[in-house]
Design a protein around this ligand. Sequence first.
Ligand code: PMP
Length: 368
Amino acid sequence: MSERKFEGIARAEIINLPIYSPGLGSEEVKRRYKLEEVIKLASNENPLGPSPLAVEAARKELSNANIYPDGYCGKLREKLSRRIGVSPDSLFFGNGADEIIDLIFLAFFNKEDNAVMGDPTFSSFYLSGMSVGAKIIYVPLEKYRHDIEGIVNAAKKGAKAIFVDSPHNPTGTIATREELEYALGNVPEDTLIVWDEAYGEYAEDGEFPQSISYLEDHPNLLILRTFSKIYGLAGLRIGYAIADSEIISLLERVRPPFNVNLVAQAAAAAALDDEEHLRASKEVNREGRNYLHGELEKMGFKVVPSQANFVLFRFDHLTSKLSDRLLSKGVIVRDGTSLGYPGYVRMTVGTPEQNKKVVSVLEKIIKE
Ligand code: PMP
């Protein structure tokens, strides 16, 4: 029997889509390299773990697991709307920000509609787009930063949406207030501006925009955020969008009825209350990011200045693939090749102990 029996009945758009590969997990690496300890710095997760308040709320909620979750995320919606100062009907919750990206394409894109984005960029933007047959218009980054003018110019030729992540994955650079204002002022009014701030809480540059303040005057702005990063809830899958209530209502039409599970909703609501966890996460990241940047430069790596919870760096002075050598020594990072940066590594900022360990492993590799 032919292995390709079902290709003929699958939609043409998905046949050549790559299957997302998250890389190896810690247990697999321990087994493969016979290691006792492994440090995973590959997926930009919070090294402090989730807030204890979130864990407690999640545990409590588990006893209600026989009940379908509130599809409207009512309690969380109320709390978040008060916290960030937007009306409840301008919020939309998803099974991770990833699901919201899928739903944006599902709700707004016909086949061949243009989606404009950076190159390289976060993979969900183009993979979700390709899965509905959208035409992806790539605008190359300039010096590791989004070329907002280039993106706007491409949008002027006709596009359903532009996708800008700030801080950008995988470089960690931000788009400034001025650049957001330029996009808002020059992108056609019927083109959505998807402004992805998955790593926004880590940005400390004074030029990082208060994106929410632009929503009122710009109904085509949609801000994406997540509980996966600074809130440490990546494993529960919950993210949100903030936008004009008409856009939200259109997204609601394609949202699966119970897309955000009840444990995630309870944990996210509790996490919002834990300001100490938030503060500590920010501080550990700030210090770790500075430390790694400095140490990596001392070792001769070229480091892209980051406003996120990861750093991208280049290793031209080493001959073999750095990510493989790190892996064999128990440090899991993301090789730049799959992110559009061959010859680079993207490494999440860890705890102070993890960062020190990684630096010492790198020093060993360099001497080998
Ligand atoms: N946007 C960007 C830029 C990201 O890097 C990620 C996570 N890798 C997401 C969105 C999705 O986050 P999640 O689905 O975990 O909420």
